[in-house]
Design a protein around this ligand. Structure first.
Ligand code: PDD
Length: 288
């Protein structure tokens, strides 16, 4: 079956999909993106992702390339054409194609590209849920991390550093010594009192859609949580830790900079939250 990509109004074979060399996304990273999980043919938290897209576009004064409803049609069409049951949808919107000049061009239409890919079905068995290691690194990103910009160099360098250290993720530390988030995920700890802690949403972090879903689930299930900054010492002293993202779901963290978190195993509250989250995924109903 030919894999299909979407490029500015056309469904094209993936291998032939291309953008113009003067696309501002290509030249300036002048664009935004979203990644949405597909579970059993349904998009997970589609509304949250589109609301965040609206925020990212608005903050950068990039026009929607089409209406929200039309974008939803294209996403469904891509899932159907690529016969995806479980996987990911990726799309990015740039300010468009124009002669290279830093200031915004006049009369340029935003450019939209989209790809989808398969991933293995959700597996929540004990053997499938493993704990991961994280390292800590300085956060060298810009001051508007709430915008899901395609400009990801610090994240790329951070993830590479993690990978070279044999770790799954790097947690980034701001100028005050507090952890902001991972290079492609949000950071969470459970302290000795059993309180769930994650950094509050601000310009300092990307407000993850998985993060928001976990907070809603915690609220519904009566789990006490606090949204506030925490530093590396507090994280290392925590009883449990985990990361959340569209691609990682809820992933237990068992070591930080080589030091075991709690007893070095998967935390009880973490396991519970993972189970709430997988139920949340299964309950998605935006049928294609
Ligand atoms: N990354 N923080 C950062 C810096 C991220 O890049 C991401 C997601 C998250 C979690 O957001 P969400 O729960 O909405 O996926 C937090 C995506 C998955 C990526 O770049 O592939």
């Amino acid at each position: 079956m030919t894999r299909i990509a979407y490029v500015n109004g056309r469904y094209v074979p993936h291998g032939q999909a291309a953008v113009h060399i003067e696309d501002r996304g290509y030249q300036f990273a002048d664009g935004v993106y979203e990644v949405i999980a597909i579970h059993q043919g349904n998009m997970v938290d589609e509304k949250g992702h589109l609301d965040r897209l609206d925020h990212s576009l608005g903050e950068l004064q990039i026009a929607w390339p089409m209406s929200r409803q039309s974008l939803q049609v294209v996403m469904r069409e891509m899932i159907l054409r690529n016969r995806i049951t479980n996987g990911m949808i990726y799309f990015q919107i740039s300010r468009g194609v124009a002669t290279r000049n830093h200031a915004f061009p006049d009369d340029t239409e935003s450019a939209l590209v989209m790809t989808v890919r398969h991933s293995p079905p959700l597996d929540q068995t004990a053997a499938a849920v493993t704990g991961v290691n994280v390292i800590t690194i300085p956060d060298i990103r810009w001051a508007r991390r709430d915008i899901k910009s395609i400009s990801l160099l610090p994240n790329v360098l951070g993830k590479q550093q993690a990978s070279e250290a044999g770790a799954y993720e790097a947690w980034m530390i701001d100028g005050d010594g507090n952890i902001t988030e991972g290079t492609s995920s949000n950071a969470w700890i459970v302290n000795k009192d059993g309180d769930l802690i994650t950094r509050d949403a601000s310009h300092a972090i990307l407000n993850g859609i998985t993060r928001l879903a976990v907070l809603d689930l915690a609220r519904a299930e009566g789990v006490t949580f606090v949204e506030r900054p925490f530093d590396v010492a507090e994280a290392k002293d925590a009883r449990e830790a985990f990361v959340t993202s569209t691609t990682s779901l809820v992933k237990p963290v068992v070591r930080i900079d080589g030091d075991p978190v709690g007893n070095g195993g998967i935390g009880m509250l973490t396991a519970k939250i993972l189970s709430f989250y997988t139920d949340h995924m299964k309950a998605q109903g935006s049928a294609v």
